[in-house]
Design a protein around this ligand. Structure first.
Ligand code: NAD
Ligand code: TYD
Length: 332
C-alpha cells in the first residue's frame, strides 16, 4: 500500500512505519512536525526506504505535498500527554482537532482511505468491566476531549461524505522509544539513575497495558480489513495498578523501593481504563505480548540504548521535569 503516515516519527507511529516497511513492503511517506516528542532517530532503521516530510498536519499545503500519490492516510500525529494538556490545552486543540480536520479534507478531495489512531481515554474512566465500541464517549482531560472531538469529526466524514474512515482506539502503550514523560519510561530512567519515582495520589489507578508492536499490528489489521465507518478497540492483555508497575520496574532495574515518592495527584485523574477488543479479535487480531515479558524487554531496551534517551534527559526535558514535579533530576 502507498501510505501517508502522519506523526510517524513518534513512539507508536515509528513502530508502525518500521513494521509496514519491513513486513508489508508498503511505500511510506511520513509527515511529522518534529515536536519535542518526534525524532528522526526513531526512523533511522527504515530511513532509506521512506520519504520524510517535515511539516504540520494543520498546514494544508504541507499535507497536500506529503499526500502525493498515497492511497491511505494513517494519522498518529497528536499532542499526547495528559499532564501537558492540563497546563496548556491550546496545542492540543490545534493539532488533535484542527489538524485532523485538514487531513480529512485532503482525504475527501482525493478519495483516500482514512484511519484515525485514537485512545481508550475517549470513553473516560470505568470502575468495573471493559468499554466496548458502543460505550458512551465521556472524556475527562483536554487531551482526551480533543481526541474525542477528532473521532466525532472522523465519523461525520463517513456519514456525511461517504469517506472510507476507520478509528482504532488503543489502550496505554509501552515499549522502546517512548518519551520519558509517560509513566513507564519515566520510572525506568529514574530507577536507573537513582532519582525518586513520583507516584500520583495513592498509585492505585489502573491502566490496561498494550505493547507498542501489538498496537501497530492492530492498526494494520483495521487498515486492511476494517469496515469503513467503524471504530475498533485495541486493548492490552493485562491490567495493573500503577504502584505495582512501579514496583516491578524497580525490581527489574535492581533499585530499591525507597525511591518511591508519592506526589500530588493529577487533577481529574481517571481511575481505571479497560478495553474490550472482541470486535478487533473478530478481524483476526490478538495481543501477542504479555505485560510481564514486554516490561522486562522494555527495561532492557532503555538500559542498552542510552544514546536514545541521554539527549532527552540532558535537554529541555530537565526543565519540564523540574517545573512539573518541583524537583530536579539528579543525574543525566
Ligand atoms: P508521541 O507523542 O510519541 O508522538 C506524536 C508524534 O506526532 C510526534 O512524532 C510529533 O512530532 C508528531 N506531531 C505532533 N504534533 C504534530 C503536528 N501538528 N503535525 C505533525 N506531526 C505532529 O505519541 P504516541 O504515543 O506515539 O501516540 C501516537 C498516537 O496514538 C496519538 O494519536 C495518540 O493519541 C494515540 N495513542 C497513544 C497511546 C499511548 O499510550 N501512547 C495509546 C492509545 C492511543
Ligand atoms: P501516563 O503514562 O501519563 O498515561 P495516561 O495518563 O494517558 O494513562 O500515566 C499513566 C498512569 O501513571 C496514570 O494513572 C498517571 C500515572 N503517573 C504517575 O503516577 N506518575 C507520573 O509521573 C506519571 C507521568 C504518570
Amino acid at each position: 500500500m502507498r501510505l501517508l503516515v502522519c506523526g510517524g516519527a513518534g513512539f507508536i507511529g515509528s513502530a508502525f512505519v518500521r513494521a509496514r516497511v519491513r513486513e508489508h513492503a508498503d511505500q511510506v511517506t511520513v509527515l511529522d512536525k518534529l515536536t519535542y516528542a518526534g525524532r528522526r532517530e526513531n526512523l533511522r532503521e527504515v530511513d532509506p526506504d521512506i520519504r520524510f516530510v517535515h511539516g504540520a498536519i494543520e498546514d494544508p499545503i504541507a499535507v497536500a505535498d506529503a499526500a502525493g500519490d498515497a492511497e491511505a492516510i494513517v494519522n498518529f500525529a497528536a499532542e499526547t500527554h495528559v499532564d501537558r494538556s492540563i497546563t496548556g490545552p491550546e496545542e492540543f486543540i490545534m493539532t488533535n482537532m484542527q489538524g485532523t480536520h485538514v487531513l480529512l479534507e485532503v482525504a475527501r478531495e482525493r478519495g483516500l482511505r482514512y484511519l484515525q489512531v485514537s485512545t481508550d481515554e475517549v470513553y473516560g474512566s470505568i470502575e468495573e468491566g471493559s468499554f466496548t465500541e458502543r460505550s458512551p464517549l465521556a472524556p475527562s482531560s483536554p487531551y482526551s476531549a480533543t481526541k474525542t472531538g477528532a473521532d466525532l469529526l472522523v465519523a461525520s466524514y463517513f456519514h456525511t461524505y461517504g469517506l472510507a474512515t476507520s478509528i482504532c482506539r488503543g489502550s496505554n502503550n509501552y515499549g522502546p522509544r517512548q518519551y520519558p514523560e509517560k509513566l513507564i519510561p519515566l520510572m525506568i530512567l529514574n530507577a536507573l539513575a537513582g532519582d525518586s519515582l513520583p507516584v500520583y495520589g495513592d498509585g492505585l489507578q489502573v491502566r490496561n497495558w498494550l505493547f507498542v508492536e501489538d498496537f501497530g499490528r492492530g492498526i494494520g489489521v483495521v487498515l486492511e480489513r476494517g469496515e469503513p465507518g467503524q471504530a475498533y478497540n485495541c486493548g492490552g492483555p493485562d491490567e495493573m495498578p500503577n504502584i505495582d508497575v512501579v514496583r516491578r520496574i524497580l525490581s527489574l532495574c535492581g533499585a530499591d523501593e525507597s525511591l518511591i515518592e508519592y506526589v500530588q495527584d493529577r487533577p481529574g485523574h481517571d481511575r481505571r481504563y479497560s478495553l474490550s477488543s472482541s470486535k478487533l479479535n473478530g478481524l483476526g487480531w490478538s495481543a501477542r505480548m504479555r505485560f510481564e515479558d514486554g516490561l522486562a524487554s522494555t527495561v532492557d531496551w532503555y538500559r542498552d540504548n542510552a544514546w536514545w534517551w541521554e539527549p532527552i534527559r540532558s535537554g529541555a526535558y530537565r526543565e519540564y521535569y523540574e517545573r512539573h514535579y518541583g524537583r530536579a533530576l539528579k543525574s543525566s
